[in-house]
Design a protein around this ligand. Structure first.
Ligand SMILES: *[C@@H]1O[C@H](CO)[C@@H](O)[C@H](O)[C@H]1NC(C)=O
Ligand SMILES: *[C@@H]1O[C@H](CO)[C@@H](O)[C@H](O)[C@H]1NC(C)=O
Ligand SMILES: *[C@@H]1O[C@H](CO)[C@@H](O)[C@H](O)[C@H]1NC(C)=O
Ligand SMILES: *[C@@H]1O[C@H](CO)[C@@H](O)[C@H](O)[C@H]1NC(C)=O
Ligand SMILES: *[C@@H]1O[C@H](CO)[C@@H](O)[C@H](O)[C@H]1NC(C)=O
Ligand SMILES: *[C@@H]1O[C@H](CO)[C@@H](O)[C@H](O)[C@H]1NC(C)=O
Ligand SMILES: *[C@@H]1O[C@H](CO)[C@@H](O)[C@H](O)[C@H]1NC(C)=O
Ligand SMILES: *[C@@H]1O[C@H](CO)[C@@H](O)[C@H](O)[C@H]1NC(C)=O
Ligand SMILES: *[C@@H]1O[C@H](CO)[C@@H](O)[C@H](O)[C@H]1NC(C)=O
Ligand SMILES: *[C@@H]1O[C@H](CO)[C@@H](O)[C@H](O)[C@H]1NC(C)=O
Ligand SMILES: *[C@@H]1O[C@H](CO)[C@@H](O)[C@H](O)[C@H]1NC(C)=O
Ligand SMILES: *[C@@H]1O[C@H](CO)[C@@H](O)[C@H](O)[C@H]1NC(C)=O
Length: 571
């Protein structure tokens, strides 16, 4: 470093032409201005932990090599002006000094993942050479400086994850016409999305998620031909989604969920958006049918249309989407009264990557097709509840070895619980409630496999017979609800040895009899114990007082006798 500055001055000194001298004096003065600005930047920033090293340790006017050798600084070769100030993830707090506006040769300002607060200084408008401005993941507040649009060279503007508010200045779109990436997500911006953004014709990624933007999506956005990533989710956008957006033929991610947008999806979406990987229209007010042409988008992995008013049938051709991972259709008005209406389930068997299938809370009816058991073994989440589906759970449901959550509730499905369910070794939560399922709980031999199970919600069906003692093998169970069935016999002592049981044990409204095992006191972490409405008899074991975490205890409508245990007196 010493060598470099010595040789720089020895090159300058022999040049005695007056013009060169005055230029080099000017250059030197401007460079000195950069140093002053950097020292002001340093003075306004404070180190606050982060990864520990103080980047400013090297920021010292007497340091060998000058400010161009300071950590995080890069200078241009010719003029020795600062062209990059990059201190990402340094645990810097404090404020951004307005002096950075004096670093007029800056091309990169990257301070992402720090703790800076306060405003973005208005002086930033002097950085006309700035190409990258990344202040994301800080604690900046205030509004965007009106003259940010003077930074006309900007290519990447990422201010996401701050506390910025106010509107996007209209001028931004008019003047930052080279911008390629605009990320303002996770702030508190409000107002309309300005149509002028459409003038950013080089934009390929626009992220305005998780703000308070309101009003319509400007149809002009449909003219940003190169847009590949459009994220508008979690705002208050409303009105009909303009069909011009379906002109964005290079879109890969189209994510607008959690707004109040309405309208229909055009039937030719498959031809117009052939590169979509993620289509997320959930939590809006869309209606109409799911266009079969979606099946032509071979890249589609994530299709989320939940919480809308889509109606009609699910196109069976969706089964052509070989890469489909998520099909999320819950809370719509989709139907399937006959065999044809259920054809999609058969076809989905060809989606060999499918992990999530949510069709709950719709108007599906008729018999559950046995093809549900032929879905990919990659399937993790299957939700069928809140429909009018009848018929049976196919006996080979146990083929779906990847299942982690199976939810079949509030539907009039009948028959028994197939024994093969016991083979689902990855199952974490099993919800089979408010159905017409009958027969015994088929866990006698299988509980050994369901070792991951943490939630077993089997209530309000027509199940009968004993509570299987093998339930005691479910070492991870923290919710056990077997209420409102016709279970009889005694409560097996194994139930009270379940080591993880902490949230609720609900055995109420069955026909359980005989005294409660003294082992009940082992449930030291249990919050709620409901045993009402059985024929339990004998004394309430004194050990129940050992259930130190109990907040709710219901023992009414039983045949208990004797006194309430003294251990419960402080309950
Ligand atoms: C600069 O560095 C010198 C020697 O390393 C040290 O004595 C001096 O206190 C430092 N100055 C500042 C302002 O940190
Ligand atoms: C910018 O530099 C000028 C001198 O060139 C100086 O007068 C001014 O105070 C500096 N601005 C800031 C905000 O430091
Ligand atoms: C800023 O720096 C971080 C960390 O090196 C990097 O991941 C990020 O891409 C940079 N920002 C931009 C806009 O280049
Ligand atoms: C923005 O810049 C213009 C000139 O380009 C200037 O007249 C105006 O005062 C600036 N506004 C602010 C708020 O700095
Ligand atoms: C949004 O930003 C806040 C901090 O400003 C952070 O805690 C939160 O995790 C961020 N959310 C996302 C989705 O990035
Ligand atoms: C784009 O900018 C021009 C002027 O720069 C303006 O006339 C036009 O309305 C702008 N387009 C949009 C969509 O704002
Ligand atoms: C889509 O683009 C074509 C030309 O590329 C244009 O004719 C048509 O009007 C556009 N559609 C919408 C809805 O903007
Ligand atoms: C899918 O694409 C083919 C060929 O481009 C076309 O013939 C067919 O009509 C499309 N299917 C749908 C449902 O749009
Ligand atoms: C699955 O795909 C194969 C080959 O692509 C095809 O022959 C078969 O009919 C498809 N099955 C279903 C159920 O769509
Ligand atoms: C099902 O949808 C109705 C309205 O369509 C809603 O009120 C209800 O909360 C939803 N239920 C579930 C479980 O999502
Ligand atoms: C139970 O399921 C039926 C449909 O089988 C439904 O009509 C009813 O509302 C459900 N009960 C509750 C409490 O959700
Ligand atoms: C429990 O009920 C079944 C019929 O569901 C009956 O066969 C059995 O004898 C009953 N067992 C006891 C212990 O009451």
């Amino acid at each position: 470093m010493a060598m470099r500055s010595a040789s720089a001055s020895s090159l300058l000194l022999p040049l005695l032409l007056s013009a060169s001298v005055s230029i080099s004096i000017l250059v030197a003065a401007q460079a000195a201005g950069d140093e002053t600005a950097l020292l002001e930047f340093k003075a306004a920033a404070v180190i606050s932990g982060g990864h520990g090293d103080d980047p400013h340790a090297s920021w010292n006017s007497s340091s060998v090599g000058g400010f161009c050798s300071w950590e995080g600084i890069r200078c241009g070769a010719r003029r020795r002006r600062v062209v990059a100030l990059s201190l990402p993830v340094y645990g810097l707090a404090g404020t951004l000094s307005p002096a950075i506006g004096n670093l007029t040769f800056l091309r990169v300002l990257n301070l992402t993942f720090n703790w800076f607060q306060g405003n973005i200084p208005a002086s930033i408008d002097r950085l006309v050479r700035l190409k990258t401005l990344d202040l994301s993941y800080n604690k900046l507040n205030g509004e965007l400086p009106a003259n940010l649009s003077s930074c006309v060279s900007l290519l990447f503007l990422t201010l996401s994850n701050n506390h910025l508010h106010g509107r996007i200045p209209v001028e931004l779109g008019h003047r930052l016409t080279d911008l390629q990436k605009l990320w303002l997500g996770n702030n508190s911006f409000s107002g309309n999305i300005p149509a002028s953004l459409a003038n950013m014709s080089a934009l390929y990624s626009l992220d305005l998620t998780t703000n308070h933007f309101e009003g319509p999506v400007p149809p002009e956005l449909g003219s940003i031909g190169g847009l590949r990533f459009l994220y508008l989710y979690e705002n208050k956008l409303s009105g009909v989604l303009p069909h011009s957006l379906y002109n964005l033929s290079r879109l890969q991610v189209f994510s607008i969920d959690s707004n109040s947008l309405s309208g229909t999806i055009p039937s030719n979406i498959g031809d117009r958006l052939p590169s979509i990987r993620t289509l997320n229209f959930g939590y809006n007010k869309f209606h109409g049918t799911i266009p079969p042409s979606l099946s032509n988008i071979s890249a589609l992995m994530f299709l989320q249309l939940a919480l809308n008013s889509f109606s009609g049938r699910v196109p069976p051709t969706l089964g052509r989407l070989k890469g489909l991972v998520t099909l999320n259709l819950f809370d719509n008005k989709l139907e399937s009264s006959d065999r044809e209406g259920w054809e999609f389930m058969k076809m989905l068997a060809n989606c060999s990557q499918l992990r999530t299938l949510y069709i709950d809370n719709n108007s599906f009816s008729g018999q559950l097709p046995s093809s549900v058991a032929s879905l990919s073994t990659t399937l993790r989440n299957l939700f069928l509840g809140n429909n009018r589906i009848s018929g049976f759970i196919p006996s080979d449901i146990g083929n779906l070895v990847g299942l982690q959550v199976l939810a079949i509730m509030n539907i009039p499905i009948s028959g028994g619980i197939p024994e093969s369910i016991g083979r689902l070794q990855n199952m974490a939560a099993l919800y089979l409630y408010n159905t017409s399922l009958s027969g015994f709980i088929p866990l006698q031999n299988m509980a050994a496999f369901l070792t991951q199970l943490n939630t077993l919600a089997l209530y309000n069906d027509n199940l009968e017979g004993p509570i299987p003692a093998s339930l005691g093998n479910l070492k991870n169970l923290f919710i056990l609800d077997l209420s409102a069935q016709k279970l009889n016999g005694s409560v097996p002592r194994e139930v009270f040895k379940l080591p993880a049981l902490s949230y609720i044990l609900n055995l109420s409204h069955n026909s359980l009899s005989r005294p409660l095992p003294t082992g009940v006191g082992s449930l030291a972490n249990l919050n709620a114990l409901f045993l009402s409405g059985n024929q339990l008899s004998g004394n309430i074991p004194d050990s129940i007082g050992n259930c130190k975490s109990l907040e709710l205890l219901l023992l009414d409508q039983n045949s208990f006798e004797g006194r309430v245990p003294r251990s419960l007196e402080n309950f």
